[in-house]
Design a protein around this ligand. Structure first.
Ligand code: CUA
Length: 350
């Protein structure tokens, strides 16, 4: 937040929680650089004149060293650079540690457009509607080449890479319409891969969500894919199938056949769908075919949303088919009690 409401000239508008501090950081770096540039420039000119050669045979005085001076020009730059490092690291850590209670939006880059998918299934192209004052997490991937999702007013820029998930998060702090750019050269129409980020008051955002023709929510679509791709034939809920049960899996630690442990996050699930042999679960052999080429990145994301949804929350069980947007992804994964939900059988098409 910007406590002083300083809008720095020539800088883009500040419209996210990060914007003010990043601007301050840049201004600090700029001032520091300017200060030393002037100091060194002036000193260089001054010494140039002061110590110029005054006669043909002049021999300069030899100086052997000066301990205090050498300590000073070692310690002072060290302290300054460690300060820059600490501040930069703090900002980086904040920006790349998404909160767990954020509104999760899935973004796909594709030559040359941006697709976004909201938790309830609303989709948009080259636009991103987000609510004011809410934490928003973007999970992003690319269908083809590397793109970069850049919102100058939010001071966020994250590469969107084929074959993996990257995340970005922010809290919009000002309503309005802001630029969205692709910031990684990605082909002939790279410069046209632009869009708008629209920050709305929460009630307006809700109204906007209602106005968009709602398709299936990603979790619902994922559940259909789960059945149509026959995943459900092997991944039985009661663990009696050829594959491990996916019930209550997301966010837990998974023991692998090679003895290692891995966290069941989005990246792990994605890898296990596209390259099942990479991390075989302990107690299973890898019988699963790859789904590489059979599903698009958006469909992979849908399946992951479905897997995320099949974990019982406190007091309720079964797939949350249409979670409230703000509640999507809320909280820690439910504790891994042995208690298996009894209800879902009837709810899930088999
Ligand atoms: Cu996409 Cu440049």
């Amino acid at each position: 937040m910007n406590p002083f409401l300083i809008q720095i000239p020539f800088f883009p508008e500040q419209a996210s929680n990060f914007a003010f501090e990043i601007d301050l950081f840049y201004l600090f770096l700029f001032a520091l650089t300017a200060f030393f540039t002037v100091l060194i420039g002036v000193a260089a000119v001054y010494f140039l004149i002061k110590y110029r050669r005054r006669s043909q045979g002049e021999v300069p005085e030899q100086i052997e060293g000066h301990l205090k001076l050498e300590i000073a020009w070692t310690v002072i730059p060290f302290v300054i650079s460690m300060f820059i490092f600490a501040w930069g690291a703090k900002l980086y850590y904040q920006m790349y540690t998404p909160p767990t209670d954020a509104l999760e939006i899935f973004v796909t880059g594709k030559q040359w457009m941006w697709r976004a998918q909201h938790p309830d299934g609303q989709r948009e192209i080259n636009e991103l509607h987000v609510p004011l004052g809410r934490r928003v997490k973007l999970t992003m991937t690319s269908e083809d080449v590397i793109h970069s999702y850049y919102i100058p007013a939010f001071r966020t820029k994250t590469d969107v890479v084929p074959g993996r998930y990257t995340t970005s998060w922010f809290t919009p702090t000002k309503t309005g319409t802001y630029h969205l750019f692709c910031a990684e050269y990605c082909g002939t129409q790279h410069s046209g891969m632009i869009g708008k980020v629209i920050v709305l008051e929460y009630s307006d955002y809700q109204a906007w969500l209602r106005g968009v023709p709602r398709e299936k929510s990603p979790a619902e679509a994922g559940q259909q894919l789960f059945t149509s791709l026959a995943c459900s034939n092997c991944h039985l809920e009661d663990n009696s199938g050829r594959g491990p049960s996916l019930q209550n899996l997301f966010g837990t630690e998974v023991k692998l056949a090679n003895g290692a442990t891995v966290k069941a996050d989005e990246a792990y699930l994605r890898e296990s769908i596209l390259n099942p042999g990479a991390k075989t679960v302990a107690g299973y052999t890898n019988d699963m075919p790859t789904f590489q080429g059979l599903v698009t990145e958006e469909q992979v994301a849908m399946i992951i949303q479905y897997i995320k949804s099949i974990r019982p929350k406190q007091g309720e069980a079964g797939p949350t088919t249409s979670p409230a947007p703000a509640a999507q992804g809320v909280g820690r994964p439910a504790p891994t009690q042995a208690a298996k939900p009894a209800a879902p059988q009837g709810e899930q098409p088999r």
